[in-house]
Design a protein around this ligand. Structure first.
Ligand code: MGP
Length: 409
């Protein structure tokens, strides 16, 4: 494969022979049958033609967990002032769809993220993610990059500080996609936050009592953290923002539930804000933890100006949306009147199938950078089987898309 490629809006990979929508147990390879049985708790819209590659089943985040993480991340202190989310391992879309659906707290209809960039190395998996995002009505909310996320981040730091060069060069790296460069150069690091749900090196992670993150394969914890940091040497010689200091993007890392917390705590520099680690559970058992690691990039004045420009554009966009909403209300009233006269029409994206009752919750553990064994544990509940995508919202999204396509015609 050559260097990473940015897929311009509207461009997508077709589903191929590695992308499957299994409908019968007999079709499912034995090692993923366990996951197939859980398919509706993984994607509540599974029956609406969700596709996965066989290897994606192992790492895909179940929807209630993804929805809860998206909510927690939206409001987490590490995400304060961040508007751009970069998902380093997009996979089949489990997390990125939930991010694209998340809204500003207390402001219904306002997207939490201005931009969401999903990076995925495997073309078939990326095709599944795009297809699945379309099923959930958020395909055009996500910017898709096909390629190695370490190389993408190295190029990000080429524009915003020099990278420490810890990652190896990929063959064909010299064939640079200029549109990707434009995308990366246009990003403001002060607005960016990284989410990473990396491969954990197969299912054998379960056998370890405490998971050694330095041995995680193919990428270990330190490599992930470094990919989100500028090189100390460039910071030391740099001018202005980040002078003398390594720049670090805030990160939310999705890791095995029994990960070694000391290794996570050791990452953050002395004096950095507290690190949060949250265990995400289903049926009372943890599926994974997310480590919320603070960054250190503050917007400069110049960047604030750019932000306010963008804010103006957003405002413009919001006004357009308000107009659309007004139109939508009128349409709804019309529809209600028609419904009183006619039998109900079938929904375009019907109510998701309801799974058997499941109790899900998350345990929160917070600890200081100087972690000492005595962290607090709280519990809160995930509303499993009821993602924040009701059929009402799905229908709204479909209607918007219909209107958009009629605009385009
Ligand atoms: P699991 O290995 O099926 O554990 O993964 P579970 O459900 O406890 O199985 P049991 O047999 O022990 O009961 C649990 C969750 O972890 C999955 O739903 C995924 O969300 C996540 N997960 C598992 N793996 C192997 C990976 C991985 O390699 N990468 C990522 N990012 N997530 C994974």
């Amino acid at each position: 494969m050559g260097g990473p490629i940015f897929l311009p809006p509207g461009d997508r990979y077709p589903l191929d022979e590695n992308c499957h929508h299994y409908t019968k147990l007999a079709q499912v390879p034995w090692d993923i049958q366990k996951y197939w049985h859980q398919r509706f708790s993984i994607f509540s819209f599974y029956d609406w033609d969700i596709h996965l590659t066989d290897s994606a089943w192992f790492g895909v985040t179940p929807e209630p967990v993804a929805t809860r993480i998206a909510h927690d991340l939206s409001t987490h202190p590490i995400a304060k002032g961040k508007r751009v989310l970069i998902d380093l391992f997009g996979g089949a879309g489990g997390n990125v769809i939930a991010f694209a659906l998340s809204q500003e707290e207390g402001e219904e209809e306002k997207q939490r993220w201005d931009r969401i960039i999903a990076i995925e190395k495997d073309q078939s998996t990326l095709a599944c993610a795009q297809h699945n995002a379309e099923v959930y009505g958020v395909l055009d909310r996500i910017e898709w990059v096909h390629g190695d996320s370490f190389e993408v981040m190295r190029r990000f730091w080429d524009f915003h500080g020099q990278h420490s060069g810890q990652t190896e060069k990929e063959p064909g790296e010299e064939e640079k996609d200029e549109t990707l460069d434009e995308l990366l150069e246009g990003l403001n690091p002060a607005e960016c936050l990284v989410f990473a749900s990396p491969p954990w090196g197969g299912v054998s992670y379960r056998d370890q009592e405490v998971f050694d993150l330095s041995k995680m394969e193919p990428y270990n914890l330190e490599q992930l953290y470094e990919a989100c940091s500028s090189s100390p040497s460039s910071a030391a010689t740099g001018e202005g923002e980040g002078q003398g200091q390594k720049q670090i993007l805030p990160q939310a890392l999705f890791l095995p539930r029994q990960s070694d917390l000391n290794q996570i705590a050791a990452l953050v520099p002395d004096g950095a804000p507290k690190v949060d680690v949250v265990q995400y559970c289903q049926k009372g058992a943890s599926k994974a933890l997310v480590a919320y690691l603070p960054g250190n990039i503050v917007a400069s004045e110049q960047k604030n100006e750019k932000q306010s420009e963008r804010g103006q554009k957003r405002k413009h966009h919001d006004e357009e949306q308000e107009q659309e909403q007004g139109q939508e209300q009128e349409e709804q009233q019309e529809q209600q009147q028609q419904e009183q006269q006619q039998p109900p029409a079938p929904e375009l994206l019907p109510e998701a199938p309801v799974e058997e009752e499941e109790t899900s919750m998350s345990h929160d553990a917070s600890f200081d950078a100087s972690f000492d064994d005595s962290y607090i544990q709280n519990t809160s509940h995930i509303d499993s089987g009821t993602p924040n995508t009701g059929s009402k919202n799905a229908e709204k999204r479909k209607r918007k898309r219909r209107r958009r396509s009629s605009h385009n015609n």
